[in-house]
Each structure stands twice: as C-alpha cells, then as structure tokens.
Design a protein around this ligand. Structure first.
Ligand code: NAP
Length: 245
C-alpha cells in the first residue's frame, strides 16, 4: 500500500535529536526520503539517524553543518537542485534556547547566536529553498514556534523575540505563497520532553510530558500533499486533544 509521503523528499533541520529527529523518522515512516541537518559535533547522532532511516527502507542524506554558515545553506539549495531538481518538504525546526535572563544581561554574542540560528537561518532557508519547493507539485514548509512568543514573560525575552520573528517570517511567507502550490504552517509544540526543555525547566519530571514521537505525526499531517492548511499556527496540545476526543 502506498504511504502518504511516498516518493517525497524532506529537509529537516535539527535532526540530530529531540523533535527534529522524531520528525525525520516519522516522515521516513510515511515514505519520505530525508535530508538531515545538524552540526558536525553531532555527526555520530546523524549517523545513527541514517541507520534508522535505512532500516525503514528510505534514503537519508546527512548534511553536517552549522546553520549559522548561511552560505552553506545556499550551497545546500544548489546541491538539492542539481541532484533532485525540487524539494517537497522543508521543516525549519532547529533552534536554541539561549540564556534565560533579563534582557539587559544577555551577552552580545548570545543575542547574535539566538538571532542567527532561530531567525536568520530560517529566512535563509526560505530564500534558498522556496524555488525548490515551488518545483514540487505540493511544497510544504513547517516552522517551529513556541508558546513563549507573545507572553512577555520575564527572563525569556531573547528566545521569545526570536520565536515571534519566526511566526512573522512563516506567516508572511505563507501569504506570499498563496498563488503557488506551497503551503506554509507553524507548529507550537508546547512542553515536550527534550534536552531543550530540560535546560529551560530543570527539575521538571520529564516523564509527565509528551515525547518527540508524540508530536511527530502532526508534522507528517502538515507535510502531506493532502494538507489543506496554510498560514496556520497549530498548537500540538490542541491538535492532540482533538485527536483524543
Ligand atoms: P533540542 O533537543 O535542543 O534540539 C535542537 C536541535 O537543533 C538539535 O538537533 C541541534 O543540533 C539543532 N541545532 C541547534 N543549533 C544548530 C545550529 N547552529 N546548526 C544546526 N543545527 C542546530 O531542542 P527541541 O526541544 O527538539 O527543539 C526543537 C524546536 O522546537 C526548537 O525550534 C525549539 O525552539 C522548539 N520548541 C521546543 C519546545 C520543547 O518543549 N521541547 C517547546 C516549544 C518550542 P546539534 O546536534 O547540532 O546541537
């Protein structure tokens, strides 16, 4: 029986662990071939992902790179065009938490890193991958936001500013894509048991939280050619509650 993403190709950033790894595996389960991005320091984790995807009978192309290397994002776009001529699915998931501290205490380097990874890399991905997504019969782009955006919570400002920017980026890109086959949506995960969550809320009992594998099917749904959603900010917790009801 044909799977819903059979023959489609997905680029997933932050695929070495956490939500990104689970999404890469779920997309592969649904029939997609994967292009997996994370930093070179995570080469071992990427190789494990490669093995797991190969065991599912799908192809995985590993791209160990730092997303702050913006020219490398352009080179990746060129390489995807040369090799496959198109991209069906872009998952802009990679992100960092940065310092949890008052705005005035955030170091200049830390602020720049937050902006580079959480915001500018996603803009550069749109810039490089949009022509490739347009070559697909049903291009799908999914970006990852956070409940922190819009809450104005003390000490979370650095991270929250970047997620508010990602929302503006994705929703504007969605509006610009209306007359094409490309559909763009945002996922707001809510608390999920990952390394980032442990850093954000140390001491929390992670066993009470949903896991990355719980949220991954939402990404599969949004990546599907049949997905009718565009320009939506989908809360995983709301989506899961509807699925349970
Ligand atoms: P995580 O476990 O810390 O994983 C982050 C991923 O991003 C890793 O694969 C990491 O790869 C990659 N990454 C970070 N900086 C990178 C860079 N410069 N270049 C390439 N890759 C880089 O985090 P997570 O919890 O899965 O978070 C995934 C997304 O969900 C993030 O955008 C986060 O803001 C969002 N989110 C998470 C939660 C939650 O509760 N977990 C809630 C709301 C939103 P390396 O191996 O290279 O470090």
């Amino acid at each position: 029986m044909s799977k819903i993403l059979q023959g489609r190709r997905a680029l997933v950033t932050g695929a070495s662990r956490g939500i990104g790894k689970a999404v890469a595996l779920a997309l592969a389960d649904a029939g997609a071939d994967i292009i997996a991005v994370a930093r070179t320091r995570s080469q071992g984790a990427l190789e494990e992902l490669d093995d797991e995807i190969a065991a599912k009978g799908r192809a995985c192309t590993l791209v160990p790179m730092d997303l702050r290397d913006f020219d490398a994002i352009d080179r990746l776009g060129g390489a995807i065009y040369e090799r496959w001529g198109k991209l069906d699915i872009l998952v802009g998931n990679a992100g960092i938490l940065g310092p949890i501290s008052p705005l005035g205490h955030i170091g200049v380097k830390d602020w720049a890193e937050l902006m580079d990874i959480n915001v500018t890399a996603n803009w550069r991905l749109i810039r490089s991958m949009d022509p490739l997504l347009k070559q697909s019969d049903a291009g799908r782009a999914i970006f990852v936001t956070s409940g922190a955006a819009g809450k104005h919570k003390p000490h979370w400002g650095g991270y929250a500013v970047t997620k508010a920017a990602v929302e503006e980026l994705a929703l504007t890109y969605s509006a610009e894509s209306r007359i094409s086959n490309v559909k763009v949506n945002l996922v707001d995960p809510g608390p999920i048991a990952t390394d980032m969550r442990t850093r954000a809320v140390p001491g929390e009992d992670a066993s009470t939280l949903p896991t990355p594998s719980d949220i991954a099917p939402l990404f599969v749904e949004l990546a599907s050619p049949d997905c009718g959603k565009a320009g939506e900010r989908v809360s995983f917790y709301d989506w899961a509650a509807i699925k349970r009801s």
